[in-house]
Design a protein around this ligand. Structure first.
Ligand SMILES: Cc1cc2nc3c(=O)[nH]c(=O)nc-3n(C[C@H](O)[C@H](O)[C@H](O)COP(=O)(O)OP(=O)(O)OC[C@H]3O[C@@H](n4cnc5c(N)ncnc54)[C@H](O)[C@@H]3O)c2cc1C
Length: 385
């Protein structure tokens, strides 16, 4: 294990300047008026007219790439013995890690506490590690997070991040137990996230969301966690705003990861947490830690360290356009000859997405992909009535 140095509360993470803001439950801010809050405008009814986004190359502000930690049998949540350590694995959340975070954290924390020790190490400082660490703190543990990278330099910062746990497993490889766990985690997570809605300190807000298709949309399974987690849900309706044959629509939460992860780091530090910069190469590196109870939340990094060959990257590239405060909706779908396209509104810009490339480790942005997305989203905008 390579450990470089200890990070302190004020080490570039904005902790000091944010001290005293809301905590997740019963917070002062969440009860106070929210002048200028992200999501301060009321979300329009699902059928209300939608203003077009302005998608053109001269409005692109940045392009980023992230590797979703996709595990073919689905996320791993279990306690195992590794050498002399008791390890709880909590990784492999594919394209739904932000959505699932509080849920899998709430399921993992008691497994770790169950070993009966109050000093606990969490490996990984993305949304899964931070959420798990915070819930362990709330149950009375002293927690140190060990990680190679911290926000804003994690995959979690690249996430969309719309609340809808998807791209989680290969259907022919997932067990019934994992499906049940995902449903349970989704319900817990949604009911925690909803408490943050329109709190500017956390960057969580409501949008209306459309999925479109030229083919009937699959209604074989309920949406992850149950259809009731998607207020206003309409499934496989004819027509829709973009002129495709079918659409789904619902309200959901957007989580702006840059704001949200900064808030989680702040909450963790304010509760006495410790951040330690460290890189693990093999599982025997865990022996160097003083803690005996360890929760592994290293996402894609878990594959190499723990020899799990079922986890692969699912590459995603996002471009951002200049902000438009008249956009209260997101959308996703496959357009003929244009491929997958999705867009979410953020206060800081309009997010353009549309790539899920499994097995692709390349973190360099691709210009032809930027052009495909900008042109594809402009074409969709031109189809709005
Ligand atoms: C383009 C894109 C769009 C997405 N959209 C959504 C969305 O709309 N909704 C949604 O819910 N999810 C979305 N996701 C998925 C989401 O980002 C992931 O599921 C989630 O971030 C996984 O969180 P994590 O904490 O497990 O991993 P990470 O954020 O990758 O954190 C892993 C941590 O482990 C550390 N680590 C890794 N290896 C090592 C090592 N060897 N030694 C020490 N530390 C190590 C890292 O430094 C980091 O701190 C999207 C992802 C991408 C890329």
């Amino acid at each position: 294990m390579k450990r470089r140095h200890f990070l302190t509360a004020a080490a570039g993470l904005g902790v000091a300047s944010l001290a005293g803001c809301a905590t997740s439950s019963g917070s002062r801010l969440s009860r106070a008026p929210l002048p200028g809050a992200t999501g301060d405008a009321l979300v329009q009814p699902i059928g209300a007219p939608m203003r077009p986004i302005q998608s053109s190359m001269d409005r692109v502000t940045r392009t980023i790439v992230g590797l979703r930690p996709f595990r073919k049998p689905g996320p791993r949540l279990e306690a195992v013995k590794v050498g002399s350590k008791d390890v709880v694995h909590n990784y492999g959340h594919g394209g739904g890690g932000v959505s699932l975070s509080w849920g899998v954290a709430e399921l993992a924390a008691p497994l770790a506490k169950g070993f009966g020790r109050s000093n606990i190490a969490v490996l990984g400082s993305g949304v899964i590690g931070l959420s798990t660490a915070i819930l362990l703190q709330r149950s009375g543990a002293q927690v140190a997070i060990y990680a190679k990278d911290f926000p804003p330099y994690t995959t979690s910062n690249v996430a969309g991040a719309m609340w809808h746990p998807v791209t989680l497993f290969e259907r022919d490889q997932v067990s019934d137990a994992t499906l049940a766990m995902l449903d349970q985690a989704s319900r817990i997570a949604f009911n925690r996230f909803i408490r943050y809605a329109n709190d500017p300190a956390y960057g969580v807000y409501w949008i209306r969301q459309h999925s479109f298709s030229d083919k009937p949309l699959d209604t074989t399974y309920p949406y992850t966690g149950g259809d009731d987690l998607y207020p206003g849900l309409l499934r496989n309706q004819p027509g829709g705003p973009f002129g495709f044959a079918y659409y789904d629509a619902y309200y959901t939460l957007m989580i702006d990861p840059d704001i949200y992860l900064r808030a989680l780091v702040r909450d963790f530090m304010n509760a006495g947490g410790r951040l330690v910069e460290a890189t693990f190469d093999t599982e025997s590196d865990l022996e160097a830690l003083s803690q005996v109870t360890i929760v592994n939340c290293m996402g894609l990094g878990s594959g190499k360290v723990f020899g799990d060959e079922s986890i692969i990257p699912a590459r995603g590239q996002l471009s951002f356009l200049l902000p438009q405060n008249d956009i209260d909706y997101g959308y996703a779908g496959v357009a003929p000859d244009r491929g997958l396209l999705y867009s979410f509104p953020r206060k800081t810009g309009i997010l353009l997405g549309g790539s899920v490339d499994k097995g692709d480790w390349d973190l360099a942005p691709r210009q032809e992909e930027v052009q495909r997305m900008v042109a594809g989203h402009a074409w969709l905008a031109s189809r709005l009535g």
